[in-house]
Design a protein around this ligand. Structure first.
Ligand code: ADP
Ligand code: MG
Length: 926
């Protein structure tokens, strides 16, 4: 590959590029070339980044950076000159393909400092032969501060999250955290406060690509385990999180007098927000992404869903980590990437205010009813560009001609859409507001862009040729000059062919020689002998051709080059001017982008509702949870692909009377009956309803859920080095500690991970606690049939079972949820279905028959077991009121798993087991 500098110059003090003939300039040990000195200075200022050091058409890396990058990218490690007597390892990536390499390095967790040449090498030369081209870092590339399409997932937000903590000195008061998060590729900027207990859940909701914290917080022993589970946590020096200067840093970024401009923010929130903008300034270096003013999310505005629940319910991806099979994939019918991003945001953060939820539902409803409008808007949106990201790139000077075109097309599409949907100008509110925003951007801007931009656009502005002919007179003139010179060259070729009598003589061009005259080898001699050698100067002899230049050709070439350079310069000026005009309209453009996204989401959800027969949920502030004919949105679609129908089921967790709390359903039934599916579908319906979507059910009445918990027994979590049962208990403890009467709790086979009596006892105590203390709505699936006896004592506990039918000794799953308890577990029938050898099945049947007979001979219902018979009915309010089991339950309730080290957790487990043993002793003595 030719390693030419764009200007055809090399730096005076450089050793020649790869393969060069001259001796290394710094061969003598200890001498540092001026260029290496510059490199080392810049590298020292950016020690935590790989340094992409621009040299001509390449970004070069040296020393350890080169070794790291060559290993990570699988590119050749070479060397260049010597430093203190040692070879300097080097590797490089071509500027043209830098994005691709950046992408891979960022994905591997590296940060990259991009160092550019800040002047033309010719300028440096003017300062003397020893001078080095001025270079400077223009940007730090980190996972949370990306803007390039090639580095981003179009359908996902890319958040940078800053976390600040206030240590409140007064004892007893809680430590508080403030979160501020931005997506610089769209300009979104939000702030919220949260407590320690919900910190992990908030992070799980946002799924930031990068988290910044102060050094102190990074090293905090209590938080280290959390940081370890997260990708890209960047510790920063204290000044970034300095509360004293935060207000000033934040207000100066937005050029406002006081942070009150953003509403009432706590000092801690201002600190987190200031950390975000400071980090943006540090990484973007002089470029200013179009951040919106920070918007505060009020506490409790969204349904709290912790990490484990998100995982279990497979909201954004399946347990295997794939998007396919997730709820997000199942419901996404958006047609733009901005719409897809907004849908993912809404799905991650369902609302809790019925009014806001209904506002969204009204919009979906309108598009469900108006089939024509829905089809129209969706086909119009299909071609709409990603306004927000194009705008962000232009603002940080990473935009190209196609980004300008995206702005133009976005403005035009939005305006047309507003006209087409004129019928919705007044109502519903969400659509009406969006349509207003669609008309906000400056129409003149779109007209100007249309006039300026050519039909075919290059990806990069420096490729030129993107300005339409006829837009700018002086550009047209220089272009004519350039084209004219090309014609002169063609004439010159004809004349030379005549003069030399070589018919096949050609004038060609390449990057090394520029323009040259080329003849085949057999004619070479002729041009090299008198009289022709007076005008033809030999340049190069190849196998088949000989190449020459002439004074005339040289002059012409200079003229062409300057005309081309001038016209590119003019085009770049125009680009700057247009970009500036776009930036002026930033606010309107962002509103417009958001509006398009919200129309896409509303019409996409309407399309989903129509396609899959979803119904509008009734959402209010009650404690109801009444689902009629509910279905699992993902399983239903998977079954539909095989033509299998999904059996719809009802669920009613509404309080039995107005003064009471919601119900708990205890669901029993054999393996494979559909218990887990039923549990999850109800949780998913709550999420869908509160994010403002129609739901897979005939009808539903839902009193808003403020916290959602979903746990599965015996979930393997070997990656974090905890035993499965430990995980189960830690997670159960979190629920018993946090769930209030507005919560919805889904517990699937809790207690499965330990010996029968242990597990049963814990499940038993857990149900009691949920019923008497948490008083939340809950679904509890269990294989402990004994638990169904609890319904006699716990008045809001309802037994349900999934029906199966035995037919000729085979079990048939009906997937039908009905009142009552499963009479047996059909384990042997399921084992048979699974293909256990016939002999084993027969033997198992025999053993079971014997066991059942013994049971009948010495009849004891589970209620008669001393363990449970001796237990007094728990008092409704206080967990501590009941005996040894109470101690167990309250001990469990007191645990705060997020705050425990694995060792503390193990110790707690031993304590719990001890309490359980005591409870056993106590009950058997009485
Ligand atoms: P369980 O938790 O009782 O062992 P699952 O909920 O895992 O059972 O369901 C087992 C399988 O039965 C699922 O994979 C699904 O294919 C099917 N299934 C469950 N519920 C239904 C339903 N309501 N309608 C149709 N098929 C269902
Ligand atoms: Mg199950």
């Amino acid at each position: 590959m030719a390693l030419t500098n764009p200007k055809g110059l090399s730096e005076p003090d450089e050793t020649p590029p790869k393969g060069g003939a001259a001796a290394p300039a710094a061969a003598d040990a200890g001498r540092v070339t001026p260029m290496m000195a510059q490199y080392i200075e810049i590298k020292t200022a950016n020690p935590d980044c790989l340094l992409f050091y621009r040299m001509g058409d390449f970004y070069e890396m040296f020393f350890e950076d080169a070794e790291t990058a060559s290993r990570a990218l699988g590119i050749m490690l070479t060397k260049r000159g010597k430093h203190q007597g040692e070879d300097i390892p080097m590797c490089g990536v071509p500027v043209e393909r830098a994005d691709e390499y950046l992408h891979r390095l960022i994905a591997l967790g590296h940060r990259v400092a991009v160092c550019e040449q800040m002047e033309d090498p010719a300028e440096a030369k003017k300062r003397g032969n020893k001078s080095v081209v001025r270079r400077d870092v223009v940007r730090l590339v980190t996972p949370g501060t990306l803007t390039e399409d090639t580095l981003l997932d179009a359908r996902r937000n890319n958040y940078l999250l800053a976390i600040a903590r206030a240590r409140l000195s007064s004892v007893g008061e809680e430590t508080r955290f403030a979160l501020a998060w931005i997506d610089i590729s769209t300009g979104e900027f939000r702030i919220a406060e949260c407590e320690r207990i919900s910190l992990a859940a908030e992070i799980a909701r946002l799924e930031p690509s990068e988290i910044i914290v102060s050094d102190a917080l990074y090293a905090d022993a209590e938080l280290v385990p959390l940081w370890r589970t997260l990708p890209a946590v960047t510790p920063l020096t204290r000044d970034v999180f300095d509360g004293a200067t935060a207000e000033r840093r934040l207000t100066s970024f937005f050029s406002v007098a006081t942070s009150e401009a953003f509403g009432t923010l706590t000092r801690l929130e201002v600190t987190a927000a200031a950390a975000c903008v400071t980090y943006v300034e540090r990484t973007q270096i002089g470029q200013r992404p179009p951040l919106s003013p920070p918007m505060r999310e009020s506490a409790g505005a969204t349904m709290a869903i912790d990490q484990a629940t998100r995982g279990n319910l497979e909201l954004m991806r399946t347990l295997a980590g794939e998007r396919r099979g997730s709820l997000s994939e199942a419901i996404d019918r958006t047609v733009t990437s901005a719409g897809s991003r907004l849908l993912a945001q809404r799905l991650s953060a369902p609302l809790t205010d019925p009014e806001q939820i209904n506002r969204r539902l009204d919009a979906v409803s309108a598009f469900v009813d108006d089939v024509a409008a829905r089809a129209d808007i969706r086909s119009r949106l299909q071609g709409a560009p990603d306004l927000a990201r194009a705008l962000a790139r232009l603002a940080v000077d990473r935009g190209g001609p196609r980004d300008l075109a995206a702005i133009r097309d976005g403005i035009l599409a939005a305006a047309e859409l507003a006209r087409a949907l004129d019928a919705y100008r007044e109502t519903p509110a969400e659509i009406a507001e969006a349509l207003k925003a669609c008309l906000k951007p400056d129409g003149m801007l779109a007209a100007e862009l249309s006039a300026a931009l050519a039909a075919e656009l290059p990806a990069l502005k420096r490729d030129g040729g993107f300005v339409r002919e006829g837009y700018d007179t002086s550009l047209d003139e220089t272009r004519a000059l350039r084209d004219e010179s090309r014609r002169v060259i063609a004439n010159l070729q004809a004349r030379y062919a005549d003069e030399t009598g070589v018919r096949a003589l050609k004038i060609r061009h390449n990057n090394v020689l520029g323009y040259f005259v080329e003849v085949t080898a057999q004619h070479g001699d002729k041009l090299m002998s008198p009289p022709l050698n007076a005008s033809f100067i030999h340049r190069q002899t190849l196998a088949g051709q000989v190449r020459f230049t002439t004074t005339e050709l040289g002059e012409l070439e200079a003229k062409i080059a300057s005309a081309a350079e001038r016209s590119l310069g003019l085009e770049l000026d125009i680009f700057e001017r247009l970009t500036a005009a776009v930036i002026v309209d930033t606010d309107a453009l962002k509103l417009c982008a958001d509006a398009l996204a919200s129309l896409d989401v509303a019409s996409g959800l309407a399309a989903l509702a129509a396609e899959r027969a979803y119904a509008r949920p009734h959402v209010d502030a009650s404690l109801d949870f009444v689902i009629e004919g509910g279905r699992h949105p993902v399983v239903e679609q998977a079954l539909a692909r095989d033509g299998t129908p999904f059996v719809a089921n009802d669920c009613d967790l509404a309080p039995p009377s107005e003064t009471q709390a919601g119900r708990i359903w205890l669901i029993t039934g054999p393996n494979m009956a559909g218990k887990s599916t039923f549990l999850r579908q109800n949780a998913l319906i709550a999420i869908l309803a509160q994010m403002g979507s129609f739901i897979p059910a005939k009808a539903a009445r839902i009193g808003v859920v403020d916290r959602l918990f979903s746990r599965v027994g015996a979930a393997d979590d070997l990656a974090r080095g905890r035993s499965t049962f430990m995980v189960e208990m830690v997670e159960t403890a979190a629920i018993l500690n946090q769930a209030g009467e507005r919560a919805l709790v889904i517990l699937d086979e809790i207690g499965r991970g330990t010996a029968t009596f242990d597990g049963l006892s814990i499940a038993w105590a857990t149900v009691e606690h949920l019923h008497d203390v948490n008083k939340c709505r809950a679904l509890f699936a269990t294989h402990f049939h004994e638990l169904t006896a609890l319904s006699a004592r716990l008045n809001r506990l309802h037994n349900a079972t999934v029906r199966v039918k035995e037919w000729q000794g085979e079990v048939v799953f009906l997937h039908e949820v009905v009142a009552g308890a499963a009479d047996r577990s059909y384990g042997i029938q399921v084992a048979k279905l699974a293909g256990l050898p016939a002999a084993v099945i027969e033997r198992a049947k025999l053993v079971l028959a014997n066991l059942e007979q013994e049971d009948r001979a010495a009849p004891k219902g589970f209620e008669d077991l001393p363990l449970f018979a001796a237990m007094p009915a728990p008092k409704p309010t206080a967990a501590s009121a009941y005996d040894g089991f109470g101690a167990l339950a309250s001990g469990l309730a007191a645990l705060n798993p997020d705050e425990m080290s694995p060792r503390e957790a193990m110790e707690a487990l031993y304590r719990l087991k001890e309490a359980l043993a005591k409870a056993h002793n106590k009950t058997s003595k009485t």
